[in-house]
Design a protein. Structure first.
Length: 469
């Protein structure tokens, strides 16, 4: 069997030569298939193979564009995985940990960069440079809390809860959205250009997408967070009111840009005996639970792969990259649910479905100045970032200075709800997400674990609780 297997796994000399420049030792088979697919395309163009080999062998010298035809959705499929071609080959030959096109910027010498929307796209890895993302600094939590209860934000949080509307408000992208500030992630409408849509979740930017190939949603984790300088936070407050940094309850205020690489020290806060609490990437970065109306259907799906496809099909294989809703049975399923399941569509978050998706993300709402429970409609062909880890880290650092309840309130940001096809809220006859036929709930493990460690370090809340509170 071994000899037969090796007979059919022949690797061409051209592929072997190009694999000689491969970076990293992970996913050997995938890299080989990616290079093999590229060789087949380049052999149709005179001189293309030579140009690529020259670029790889002489990275310090000027090289020509090495192009392949742009597909309809801009992506390239390699072994049941789709990705943007320039990202794939930059990952193979330069940066094995590269995950998103948002981390790449073309050089001026490149005539066919991916973003130019030309019929050809350059995959020369040395025609792109990497854009580094801000790191997530640890949060410094006091070992012994001396927080003044008078400065607690609990009252503000309670008022916010009491003032919440009976049903969520609604917003439609892009009409309801102002142009994002320079410090936040971009949110842009767009056609089916093939740009990978960010609905950023976590660690340093997992993204929620929903793919071109048939009914599906894709959760994608990008960029593992690096350890950065500490965020200095202390709950040893002066007798004066808390500093005028935006508290977590100030949802109507636009988030300010945060690109600090130096320690973030809250004003008028003496540095006490503090314990750094760092973000750590969990083995499963999120879990996805599927619901039909108010019924949970099937078991939770735990995502370990950086790319997870959520679709309505029935693949029975134990594929760690795919969560098939079509496999899940429900004795209470009615015709409305069945019809909705058929229309889930090829949703990216950039929504490439023929129908809209509806997302409730408190992190996204904070960024855009909406009420926390607002439900955002993402029409076909639009994209929206729904979790910004940098703003979350900033809010966490600030919340430590306002007490246990302020930090605990951030747990609500770590759950994202998304309904397929049918919306809910003030503008719909469905008042709650549990009234929609098909929806998923995404729990972000990294942020939740980070909050848990911070809360554990802070100890119990100082506000007393009773049987009537």
């Amino acid at each position: 069997m071994t000899s037969m297997s090796s007979l059919f796994s022949f690797t061409s000399p051209a592929v072997k030569r190009l694999l000689g420049w491969k970076q990293g030792d992970e996913e050997e088979k995938w890299a080989e298939k990616a290079v093999d697919a590229l060789v087949k395309k380049l052999k149709k163009k005179k001189g293309a193979m030579e140009d690529l080999e020259k670029a790889l062998s002489c990275p310090g010298q000027t090289s020509k564009c090495v192009t392949i035809p742009r597909s309809l959705d801009g992506r390239l499929q390699v072994s049941h995985r789709k990705g943007l071609p320039h990202v794939i080959y930059c990952r193979v030959w330069r940066w094995p940990d590269l995950q998103s096109h948002h981390e790449l910027k073309p050089l001026e010498v490149c005539e066919y960069p991916f973003g130019s929307k030309q019929k050809e796209v350059c995959i020369n890895p040395y025609h792109y440079k990497r854009v580094e993302s801000p790191v997530l600094p640890p949060v410094l939590v006091p070992r012994h809390s001396e927080f003044n209860p008078q400065h607690s934000l609990l009252v503000q949080f309670r008022n916010l809860t009491h003032n919440e509307p009976h049903m969520p408000l609604n917003a439609t992208f892009p009409e309801s959205f102002q142009q994002p500030h320079s410090g936040g992630g971009s949110s842009s409408g767009g056609g089916v250009s093939g740009e990978e849509v960010e609905a950023v979740l976590f660690p340093s930017r997992p993204t929620l997408r929903i793919p071109r190939p048939q009914p599906a949603a894709v959760l994608i984790q990008t960029l593992r967070p690096a350890r950065g300088p500490p965020v200095h936070s202390s709950s040893q407050l002066t007798p004066h009111p808390p500093p005028t940094c935006p508290p977590t309850s100030s949802w109507a205020r636009r988030a300010s840009p945060w690109r600090r690489s130096s320690p973030l020290v809250a004003p008028n806060m003496p540095r006490g005996d503090v314990q750094p609490v760092e973000y750590e990437e969990p083995s499963h970065w999120c879990s996805i639970v599927y619901y039909e109306l108010n019924n949970r259907v099937g078991e939770a799906y735990h995502a370990s792969s950086t790319s997870v496809l959520v679709d309505g099909f029935t693949d029975p294989s134990n594929n760690k990259n795919r969560f098939c809703l079509g496999l899940l049975s429900n004795v209470n399923r009615n015709s409305t649910i069945e019809n909705t399941r058929r229309h889930i569509g090829k949703v990216y978050a950039e929504c490439l479905s023929d129908t809209s998706i509806f997302v409730q993300s408190r992190n996204c709402n904070y960024h855009h100045g909406f009420h926390p429970t607002t439900v955002c409609k993402i029409p076909s062909g639009c994209s929206l970032k729904i979790f910004n880890n940098q703003e979350f880290a900033q809010l966490l650092a600030q919340s430590v200075n306002h007490g246990f309840e302020a930090v605990y309130e951030l747990t609500k940001m770590c759950t994202i709800r998304m309904s397929f096809v049918k919306g809910w809220g003030a503008e719909y006859h469905r008042q709650d997400v549990t009234s929609t036929p098909c929806w998923i709930e995404v729990h972000l493990h990294g942020p939740l674990q980070w909050l848990d460690k911070v809360l554990t370090q802070m100890g119990s809340p100082l506000n007393p609780i009773s049987s009537v509170s």
